[in-house]
Design a protein around this ligand. Structure first.
Ligand code: ATP
Ligand code: TZP
Ligand code: MG
Ligand code: MG
Length: 267
């Protein structure tokens, strides 16, 4: 059975501590996929919600001290129950506050996966890569090697997204080449992807090999949904694409995914 079918049959609860920009899109995207979203931020309840969830998504897109504290509380509670944790360090490297918060979270919470653009991942592990606001800036370097270094340093899966997506545990690396550039014109495309990866990790179990495979399948699934949504709305722009993308997150089957997934080893 594919991880996609496992998600749809088990309907995992995904606890999201995410940003204001993408909250509704994230909840609708998880529902379309077949997972069950909950957004909960109060310090009084985040540990309880994390403990009963299938996975936890931590995203610091609109961070402030209360959000950082909520993330630390939820992340540590998830760790205690072996609930998978995905962290999206939105904008790490853009300001000293963001960079310090991202590094603190990555240090204090045992992550299952870190998901970001190349600049964010580099900045989390103390390497420099320019970033413009919350979008990846220009930069040159070996992204696969960077991802593997980050995975070994943090002891978790690292997912670096862009034209090609990379998932690695520091030993095994997969490159996923599905997707469409129009995703960069929809705010929250990266943020929702983190939550989708969390839903796939909720059904993957503890083994690193299975987690890499589940994350790669999540990336291919997301990219295939984007390709089909673009084809169905070509010429109508990002608004129509965004709506159709939600439709495709619900419509893409594991058969379609098998036919269209482009997953390879790095060269
Ligand atoms: P950024 O902050 O740099 O915009 P992000 O957090 O929004 O990054 P992306 O790297 O844009 O995240 O990834 C979100 C999704 O968009 C992924 O599925 C990725 O594969 C896809 N994507 C991004 N750029 C392209 C592209 N040029 N071609 C195809 N797919 C892309
Ligand atoms: N500002 C703070 S968080 C956010 C913006 C625009 C959303 C970023 O979403 P993504 O998925 O990284 O494009
Ligand atoms: Mg983006
Ligand atoms: Mg992002």
């Amino acid at each position: 059975m594919s991880y996609l079918d496992l998600v749809r049959s088990r309907n995992p609860l995904v606890h999201n501590i995410t940003n204001w920009v993408v909250t509704n899109f994230t909840a609708n995207g998880l529902l379309a996929l077949g997972a069950s979203p909950i957004m909960a931020y109060a310090h009084e309840e985040v540990e309880d919600v994390a403990r009963i969830s299938g996975a936890v998504l931590l995203n610091m897109g609109t961070l402030d001290p209360a959000v950082v504290q909520a993330i630390l509380l939820a992340g540590k509670a998830a760790n205690a129950q072996r609930v998978p944790v995905v962290f999206d360090p939105v904008g790490a490297g853009a300001t000293p506050y963001r960079t310090a918060a991202a590094r603190q979270i990555a240090q204090e919470v045992r992550l299952t996966a870190l998901r970001g653009n190349v600049a964010e991942v580099a900045n989390v592990i103390g390497e420099s890569w320019s970033i413009k606001g919350v979008d990846a800036g220009a930069g040159e370097g070996d992204v696969v090697a960077l991802a593997a270094r980050a995975a070994r340093k943090l002891g978790c899966l690292v997912v670096v997204t862009g034209k090609d997506d990379i998932v690695t545990d520091g030993e095994t690396t997969q490159v996923v080449s599905n997707g469409h550039p129009i995703l960069t014109q929809v705010t929250g495309a990266g943020c929702l992807l983190g939550s989708v990866i969390a839903a796939f990790l909720a059904v993957a179990g503890d083994g690193r090999g299975a987690q890499v495979a589940a994350a790669a399948e999540a990336l291919a699934f997301y990219g295939v949904a984007a390709e089909l949504a673009f084809a169905a709305t070509e010429g109508r722009g990002p608004g129509s694409f965004q709506v159709e993308f939600l439709n495709q997150l619900a419509l893409v089957t594991s058969d379609t995914l098998r036919q269209r997934a482009i997953i390879s080893q790095p060269v």
